[in-house]
Design a protein around this ligand. Structure first.
Ligand code: ZN
Ligand code: CU
Length: 487
């Protein structure tokens, strides 16, 4: 008999769900040099480090398709709110908001100020941001996009109008710089005040460099309420004109009068998918979270204050109660609480489930890693889909749930060598207990780690084990260059 092969780590006796939607199978997994060395019956392998995964699922590490972790990966680099859920890679720079490029002295309009670093570190180029991340890695891998709202803020003297030709050229040059540095795409957030005035043409012209690099166009659409269909049309048109794949961020239909409209949006998206590359993501909650807004549409339902700069003591409180106490209208109370972030109950549970269950929907948290009372999605998204929606509600099989947070996401974002569990791929893995996995974070206690996650491995390093962070900071910057995607 041959001598045993020695590797860095062996995960023994687990049930593999490989991220392709294929049925689960029993297998050992060997890890060597940050990569998966072998998958199968590995009785002939040995290692000083062995994880017993008997009775547990071994899956590719989850990829959070929608995050605002751009600053957190530097300032909260343990990333416990993500690794504790099994997340090993985050897509940053969403909703038009990126932390680079910015000038050191400029004032940041909301929502850009939501992600301001506590230490105030700013990056004047996208390359400087990625270099900082390479120099001081976080516990998760990061793929980042450059945000159109950030580009507007850094380029334009006044944000309340469409960009002129010179400003478009300046923004386009910054998109090119970001892509060259390793950005995987451009995001927009035309829903937000600093980008509302941007026309479709402005976005197309600013996004021109995406075409040659086959980079992505990702959007928090102009309107997710009454004009959601027009917004989808605009998004798809931008993708067609640039010849690039698009991702519709956190797809939803909000406000009571739009409840049920996912029955119209989803077939429309499915039909458009036959002609162009389209992805979409969704978080598993019927409440959203963003900056504190004062418009009637956003204040229609229950509103919980997540954070407030002038009134930090209001975090976690219901806006109606605050307004009553202050003796003012709801919108006036909201105005006094700005700047800050809030949680808005504006969705119908049936729409949320319909969108989650749509084949092509990826899972993304959209968590905002700020303050003590964030939306529970920051800590609970992935276990909530696996436990609540897949196991308890029965929305889809566990294999499908895993695929929606691994293989599908890696495919849509072009993340080579991640998202599926097979030999040669990066050793990003999560081991969990399918019967007990559960999101423990709720609106009252939103920063509680999930239950049922046994171990999380990032590029071969055990990063989370039995409820504790190991201290490992083994994340990489994941880029998407033309050379790499064809390699
Ligand atoms: Zn958004
Ligand atoms: Cu977002």
């Amino acid at each position: 008999m041959n001598a045993a092969t020695t590797v860095d780590l062996i995960i023994r006796g687990g049930t593999v769900i490989d991220g392709t939607k294929a049925p689960r199978f029993e297998a050992d997994v060997a890890i060597q040099g940050g990569r998966i060395a072998a998958v199968g019956d590995l009785a002939g392998y040995q290692s000083r480090e062995i994880i017993d995964a008997k009775g547990r699922i071994v899956a590719p590490g989850f990829i959070d398709s929608h995050t605002h972790d751009d600053q957190a990966v530097l300032s909260q680099s343990d990333m416990s709110f993500k690794v504790s859920q099994g997340v090993t890679t985050v897509i940053a720079g969403n909703c038009g908001i990126s932390v680079a490029p910015l000038r050191p002295d400029m004032d940041l309009p909301a929502p850009l100020n939501l992600l301001e670093a506590p230490a105030g570190g700013r990056f004047t180029t996208f390359k400087a941001f990625l270099d900082a991340l390479r120099a001081t890695p976080s516990s998760v891998n990061v793929a980042a996009m450059v945000g159109h709202t950030t580009l507007r803020a850094v380029t334009m003297a006044a944000l309340g109008r469409p960009a002129n030709e010179q400003e478009i050229l300046a923004m386009r040059a910054l998109v090119e710089e970001a892509l060259q540095a390793g950005a995987i795409g451009l995001s927009t957030g035309t829903f937000y005040p600093p980008a509302v005035a941007a026309t479709t043409e402005e976005i197309i012209e600013v996004g021109r460099p995406l075409t040659a690099r086959k980079a992505l166009y990702v959007t928090h659409m102009r309107d997710e309420a009454d004009r959601v269909m027009e917004s989808l049309e605009e998004t798809f048109r931008i993708g067609r004109e640039l010849g690039v794949a698009v991702v519709v961020s956190h797809h939803k239909v909000q406000n009571k009068r739009n409840f049920g409209r996912s029955q119209v949006t989803l077939p429309f998206i499915r039909n458009a998918m036959q002609h162009q590359c389209i992805g979409l993501d969704c978080y598993p909650y019927n409440a959203g979270s963003t900056m504190i807004r004062t418009d009637r549409g956003m204040l229609e339902g229950k509103v919980l204050i997540a954070s407030s700069v002038p009134h930090p003591e209001c975090a976690g409180r219901d806006l109606d109660d605050i307004a009553r106490e202050w003796g003012v209208a709801k919108d006036e109370a909201a105005r006094r609480l700005q700047p800050g972030s809030a949680i808005y109950f504006l969705m119908d549970e049936h729409d949320v489930q319909r969108i989650l269950a749509f084949d092509e929907t990826m899972i993304g948290s959209d968590g905002i890693p700020v303050g003590e009372k964030p939306h529970p999605r920051l800590w609970g998204t992935f276990p909530r889909v696996l436990g609540h929606y897949s196991r308890d509600v029965g929305l889809f099989p566990l294999e499908t749930a895993v695929w929606k947070m691994t293989g599908l996401t890696a495919r849509n974002f072009g993340l080579e060598g991640r998202g599926t569990l097979k030999a040669g791929h990066h050793a990003d893995l999560v081991i969990f207990d399918a019967a007990h996995i559960r999101d423990a974070a709720d609106y009252e206690n939103p920063t509680v780690p999930a239950e049922g996650i046994a171990a999380v491995i990032v590029n071969g390093a055990v990063t989370w084990r039995d409820g504790r962070h190991s201290g490992a900071r083994n994340g990489q910057v994941v880029t998407r260059t033309v050379e790499e995607t064809t390699a």
